[in-house]
Ligand binder design. Structure first.
Ligand code: ADP
Length: 162
């Protein structure tokens, strides 16, 4: 049986912190689906299709990774694609408390799905999408926090101000 993991999130935008979690998880799973949730309470900054396109570009060289958008419950999405694992990153104690509740509820909803957590590497602990979004919005230098080539970063920055 393939070890398939879903890495769910808003990824608005995807940062080097997210990239690091996915790359480190590659040795644990046969396939990782980076899944952009479409029905969160958060208002979108970038359209889901753009986020999908940019994330796919970051991992264009990795066969085991794919990107998708999804709606509805994350555990239902996992079941629909036969994924047995949910991957999440932990930065702080606050992340832990938030993730603990979600993982325990998910476990109660769906016993067959295991949540797997990777601790952030220290150099990425301070990075979060909402700060990177603010930098982009204000025209600051977001490049150090964005993954991928300089061309991809240009694309994201130009899109922000188009
Ligand atoms: P959500 O809206 O579901 O929190 P995010 O896009 O903010 O989605 O995050 C998705 C996942 O990535 C979460 O597990 C989050 O803890 C993790 N994550 C976010 N930023 C980082 C980072 N800098 N380092 C490691 N993990 C991170």
């Amino acid at each position: 049986m393939l070890r398939k993991a879903v890495f769910p999130g808003s990824f608005d935008p995807f940062t080097i912190g997210h990239e690091s979690i996915v790359r480190r998880a590659l040795s644990l799973f046969d396939e990782i689906i980076i899944a952009i949730g479409k029905n969160t309470n958060k208002k979108d900054f970038y359209p889901v299709e753009k986020r999908e396109e940019w994330i796919a570009e970051v991992f264009a060289d990795v066969d085991k990774i794919c990107v998708a958008g999804y709606e509805g419950m994350t555990v239902d999405y996992c079941n629909s694609i036969n994924a047995g694992f949910l991957l999440r990153g932990l930065r702080t104690a606050m992340d832990f408390e938030y993730e603990r509740a979600i993982a325990q509820v998910n476990k109660e909803l769906e016993h067959n799905i295991e949540s797997v957590f990777l601790l952030t590497t220290p150099e990425y602990t301070h990075i979060n999408s909402s700060i990177v979004r603010d930098i982009l919005r204000q025209g600051g230098n977001a490049r150090p926090f964005l993954p991928g080539s300089e061309a991809l970063k240009d694309k994201i920055i130009n899109y922000t101000h188009s």
